[in-house]
Design a protein around this ligand. Structure first.
Ligand code: NAP
Length: 288
């Protein structure tokens, strides 16, 4: 990589950031398109977030991604947020444009886009069951509502968290049926009947001995399964659902498409998605 006086800087604000694959994905993409950009990891402690965000303009940085634990806390320091990021209440990409800081949420886009590109599934009119009501689930649920899902059911081991997210989505999308479900086998089994899409937005499945959050046998025959986990590439839930003939996908597509959208926001160029995917999978193979 040839860093010059003209090189535009992008990067990632998070804490920690040592695990990130984003620099590899973005730098390979800049190189593939011959763009004079670089992407760097910045470990920003929570108490330094405001200062770090305020430094973007004077340092001439083109934009940054934002990850845990800063995605919500960063919003008050921005000049503007996209409608999606405003609804979700979470920003994972900041663009510096005309000395203004604009926040976007490309996680939600990554979810929608990978659902379409990998599974051929659109969210419009779908009945969706989402397990987990944390940060990732927020992006999934709001995107489902934005895209015209007919029904969204949210379940979380912490029932109050599911209720809070349910009220937030329902409050903004009165035409979408939004509800919750207790995390108990008989209730989930019953509510899953008739759902078109099951999304696992919990970390359950990352460890080899994790039992799946649902039994694949509870799914409607035509239901698709989206597990946000990307390591391992195929969780037990995905394997069991695939073996029963369901369309399945892991979280790799979501991660790569959120990065691709950020790349487009930073550079104004069409992202080389194949390069991003290849680099991401290469990194993943080393870390498995
Ligand atoms: P999070 O904020 O911790 O949310 C997970 C939620 O699931 C928590 O409320 C958690 O409750 C709940 N939960 C845990 N076990 C459960 C169970 N058995 N049944 C129901 N709910 C349960 O995590 P997150 O940031 O949203 O991430 C969730 C998953 O998505 C992680 O695996 C993460 O790696 C993945 N992810 C993928 C992408 C992608 O682009 N592919 C992006 C973001 C996240 P407790 O806190 O009480 O345990």
């Amino acid at each position: 990589m040839d860093i010059k006086g003209t090189t535009k800087i992008t990067g990632l604000f998070g804490c920690p950031v040592h695990h990130t694959f984003s620099p590899a994905m973005h730098n390979a993409s800049f190189e593939a398109l011959g763009l004079d950009y670089v992407y760097l990891p910045f470990e920003v402690r929570p108490e330094d977030l405001e200062g770090a965000v305020k430094s973007l303009i004077p340092l001439g940085i083109a934009g940054v991604n934002v990850t845990i634990p800063h995605k919500e806390k960063v919003i008050p320091f921005l000049d503007e947020v996209s409608p999606e990021a405003g609804l979700i209440g979470s920003v994972n990409t900041i663009q510096v444009k005309d000395r203004r800081l604009i926040g976007y949420n490309t996680d939600a886009y990554g979810f929608k886009k990978s659902l379409k590109e990998v599974l051929g599934v659109e969210l419009r009119s779908k009945r969706v069951f989402v397990m987990g009501a944390g940060g990732a689930s927020r992006a999934v649920c709001f995107q489902a509502a934005i895209s015209g899902a007919e029904e969204i059911v949210i379940a979380d081991i912490e029932a109050g968290r599911a209720e809070t997210l349910c009220r937030a989505v329902a409050g903004k999308f009165p035409s979408c049926r939004v509800g919750t479900c207790p995390v108990e086998a008989p209730a989930i089994h019953k509510v899953l009947a008739g759902k078109d899409l099951f999304v696992n937005a919990t970390p359950i499945g990352m460890k080899p001995d994790d039992s799946p959050v649902i039994q694949a046998g509870w799914l409607s025959p035509d239901a698709s399964v989206f597990d946000l986990i990307y390591n391992p590439e195929e969780t037990r839930l995905l394997r069991e659902a695939r073996e029963r003939g369901h369309k399945t996908t892991n979280g790799i597509g979501m991660l790569v498409y959120q990065g691709a959208k950020a790349f487009e926001i930073f550079t104004g160029r069409k992202p080389p998605v194949e390069t991003m995917l290849r680099v991401f999978k290469g990194k993943l193979a080393v870390h498995q």
